[in-house]
Design a protein around this ligand. Structure first.
Ligand code: SF4
Length: 210
């Protein structure tokens, strides 16, 4: 089976396993999704959702994040890994969004990655989830691991993996494939102990014996 056909098969099977593939972070608008995604690097979505439940009640707009004293913002997110840098990036992004983008989270890859702390993965998450724009495929640690194990890429660099996946995935599934691989990576194809025997992709996976 070539990789294009295999990818379609993977999507079909995983959609049966996870009928509602969607982002696990809670948010009510594009700016909240930006903040939640920036906070989520090297942290669990469950923990981020706990923190943002309070955070989003306190800060309601880009202006709130732009104006708050840095020490207070850091304290509010201090239970999250790398909170110092994340607080600085969130505030700098909020200020840039106000100054350059009329207080609205931009809708293009180029503009999004001009924000401090925003790379392609975060930009793809914002574009596909907040605006339903499929401009690329968000490659996080689960997507990276599963794409490699399933033989869909030989690369380890997220930008190259994204290119490989974009070349074989139907565009309407660019957002889905990311969510599906993340769900499957969390539940079955875990980093340390992949549960091969319970895996819906067992017979088409070249790594089933690792
Ligand atoms: S067979 Fe194993 S390595 Fe392959 S996707 Fe399933 S759990 Fe992961």
């Amino acid at each position: 089976m070539d990789n294009k056909k295999k990818l379609v098969e993977i999507i079909n099977r995983l959609k049966k396993e996870y009928p509602e593939p969607k982002i696990a972070l809670n948010y009510r608008n594009p700016f909240e999704l930006l903040v939640a995604t920036m906070l989520s690097a090297q942290a669990t979505d469950v923990h981020i959702n706990k923190v943002t439940e309070t955070l989003f009640k306190k800060y309601k707009s880009a202006k709130d994040y732009a104006d708050v004293p840095m020490d207070r913002l850091k304290k509010d997110i201090s239970s999250i890994n790398f909170y110092n840098n994340k607080a600085k990036n969130i505030q700098a992004s909020a200020r840039l969004i106000i100054e350059k983008f009329n207080s609205k989270v931009p809708k293009t890859m180029e503009e999004l990655i001009s924000l401090p702390g925003v790379a392609r993965k975060t930009a793809n998450i914002i574009l596909s989830n907040a605006y339903e724009i499929n401009e690329g495929i968000a490659v996080d640690t689960h997507v990276k691991r599963l794409a490699y194990r399933l033989g869909l890429t030989k690369h380890e660099d997220p930008v190259k993996i994204e290119k490989d996946l974009m070349a074989i995935t139907p565009k309407e599934d660019w957002s889905n494939i990311s969510h599906l691989l993340i769900f499957h990576g969390r539940k079955i194809c875990q980093a340390k102990k992949p549960r091969h025997m319970e895996c819906a992709l067992y017979d088409i996976c070249p790594s089933r014996n690792i």
